[in-house]
Design a protein around this ligand. Sequence first.
Ligand SMILES: [Zn+2]
Ligand SMILES: [Zn+2]
Length: 359
Amino acid sequence: MGHARPDYYAVLGVARDADAEEIRAAYKTLAARHHPDKNPSAGGASERFKVVVEAYAILRDPERRSAYDAALPSDDEVPVERAGGFAEAVGGLLDSLFGVKLGKPVVGRNRVYRLAVPFADAMLGTSQTLLLPVERTCAACFGRGFPPETVPEVCERCMGTGTIQARPFLRSELLPCPACDARGYTVPAWCETCAGKGVARHEETVRIPLPGGSATGDRLRVIGRGEPGRFGGEDGDLLVDIEVLRDARLRRDGDDVVLDRPVSVFTALAGGPVPVPTVDGPRAIRLPPCTPDGTVLRMAGYGVRREDGQRGDQRVNIRVELPERLDEDARAAIVAVAARIGDRPFPAVRAFEGDGDAS
Ligand SMILES: [Zn+2]
Ligand SMILES: [Zn+2]
């Protein structure tokens, strides 16, 4: 699977982790060397200059650079120089031979993909692999539709204009030329790989690095993974619209994950370990004895993974639940326990009832 763009780091001759200063320095050197003004006779120099400028335009802009990095093939894929470089050269030759514009570069359209992400994955960040049906510029003919060694001929019917007049002796409307399908040229044989369409259809895996703390409505851009450009135009981008699925128990609040955890009044009184779900899987927290309703317990580092790699916390809101009903025996037992404990450990109750007596 080829990559749609040249390796801009290789173009500038810098490492992938090069800083802004190194990139700028490399660009200045290369731009000076390849500038068309300094190379009036060297045909390849202006092409080279364009690629250098393009590389710098992407790598100098942190946002575009990180989007480009995200779309870079992994290390086991070898980035290939964009085939379009050659197609453009062929196109330029044809244009000058016939004085006919065969096709202006057409930028590929962006494609939009909706990606539903489980809550935990969205909070932690994850790498999703999508299998997408795509049309790619045909590698055999560089999207031209005919083999590279073929020399097209000007269409005799339309004289290369691509259009004919509906009624030849009147000033009538122009129709697309049927002899050449409005191309303006004909070729002895079309590309066998793509049957002359210039694009090949296949399935392609795209790895989407999803940052931690993704939210519904976030849009990721994978450069060059949209629809293919035509006639040397840039490929479109793949836009991934994120939808974070709701979790039945966990929700997000800024960098924290929040959970309401009901516990029985007996657990709240006696304390002990209480199982809780987290984005990292099931865990347990230790409830101290006599934990009041509304207590918030903090689980450090179980929250949203931020851009700097640090994580927020999980907050566990303790909701003390009383029994819905008690049978007579249980009620009698509790009354006995209450009598033994007395009102000393209930300062608010004592204060209130004391005030009541005083008034
Ligand atoms: Zn024609
Ligand atoms: Zn082809």
